[in-house]
Write a protein that binds this ligand. Structure first.
Ligand code: MN
Length: 294
């Protein structure tokens, strides 16, 4: 099975437009991956670049992956970390954290990358917040392919990123054709970030997500492309996702929103003196927990 699922363009912060392929019209999660934005490549010469002021998260991990450029992450734990291509920033919100993401003042001309979220399982979503910067990730190379394992394990290479469900996130630089062994107990999906690829017989370009399902032990890739492979054990818990929050009920979201708007120490303060982002108003109807399929 492979299903092509279209993304859509969404504004992020003040100056960036992203292609969101998860959640999409058909699906809310792949494994515990619950959000996938692809930004750029954009020439940010003489422009502000990424400007995402302090904002809160609950119930998730954020995963930042750059293909070009630099982004400075600051959070309410005091972390202050510039990320460059090949490195991973993974922030665990647990019960609450706030962060900002900005292009540095002196920056490379191109900004290009992925921003992903991972839903925390119910047993872990109230844990203390944390931040992990991983400067070196394991790589597996073969003729015509280089795989960087950002999260989880692939082809015997394991990332040190701490996650709380069985999960895979891998960047693939492809020039030719190859087969990659994958776990049949995982569901998988692929996005192309550059170029064009044929994935298990389906043609894929940036802007869509190819859902591969589960019960496969390999994926066939061909083309000249950069791809990101997502996978995980299907996430069966129903989620309420609203703004930057992942909860289980309407009340979870209202509580988090109220705490953020009140300046509660649940989220803390992001250094840098930027004006925090206010939360949008709650919808007039109650938010309902939703399953992984629409
Ligand atoms: Mn964020």
């Amino acid at each position: 099975m492979s299903l092509l699922e279209e993304g859509r363009d969404v504004p992020l912060g003040r100056y960036t437009v992203v292609r969101r392929t998860l959640p999409n019209k058909a699906r809310r999660t792949v494994g515990a991956w619950c959000f996938l934005d692809h930004f750029g490549p954009e020439d940010v010469t003489g422009k502000p670049g990424m400007r995402v002021p302090p904002h809160p998260h609950i119930g998730l991990q954020t995963v930042s992956w750059l293909l070009s450029g630099e982004v400075r992450h600051r959070d309410s734990l005091g972390s202050d970390q510039v990320i460059v291509p090949g490195q991973l920033n993974i922030m665990t919100s647990g019960r609450g954290i706030a962060h900002s993401e900005n292009s540095p003042t002196a920056k490379p001309p191109l900004l290009h990358g992925l921003q992903l979220w991972v839903a925390l399982p119910d047993s872990e979503r109230h844990r203390a917040p944390g931040f992990q910067h991983i400067p070196d990730l394991p790589e597996v190379s073969d003729s015509g392919v280089k795989v960087t394992v950002a999260v989880g394990e692939l082809e015997g290479a394991a990332s040190p990123a701490e996650v709380h469900t069985e999960l895979l996130g891998a960047d693939i630089e492809l020039a030719g054709s190859t087969e990659i062994r994958i776990r049949p107990d995982f569901e998988h999906a692929v996005v192309v970030t550059e170029g064009a690829a044929t994935v298990d017989g389906a043609d894929l370009t940036p802007g869509s997500l190819l859902y591969l399902g589960d019960n496969y032990d390999k994926v066939r890739l061909a083309g000249n492309a950069r791809l990101f492979l997502l996978g995980g054990v299907p996430f069966e818990e129903e989620l309420v996702m609203w703004w930057n929050f992942v909860g289980r009920s309407h009340e979870d979201i209202v509580e988090a929103r109220d705490a953020w708007m009140a300046g509660s120490d649940r989220f803390g303060v992001v250094p840098g003196g930027e004006q925090p982002l206010p939360a949008p108003g709650m919808p007039t109807t109650r938010l309902k927990p939703r399953p992984r399929y629409r």
